[in-house]
Design a protein. Structure first.
Length: 75
């Protein structure tokens, strides 16, 4: 049995405008929602790291300030 291969060329697709509009709108809304969720998921660890770094910098500054005052207390 020999199979014949047939080439198909699509030249036009008829799709109602409102169907395409609603599909594009739904995709857009899904992207917006997923972007917000991704932003929230990624911002929490980022915020925690920033907060920890800020606390470390504050501790270093306070330590340097104490050393500075100790150094010039005797004068």
């Amino acid at each position: 049995m020999e199979e014949s291969k047939t080439e198909v060329v699509i030249t036009d697709i008829k799709v109602p405008f409102w169907s395409v509009f609603w599909i594009v709108t739904k995709v857009f809304l899904a992207i917006v929602v997923l972007s917000l969720i991704a932003f929230m998921i990624l911002s929490v660890p980022s915020f925690l790291l920033f907060k920890q770094r800020q606390q470390i910098q504050t501790q270093r500054f306070e330590q340097m300030q104490k050393e500075f005052y100790r150094k010039f207390e005797g004068r």
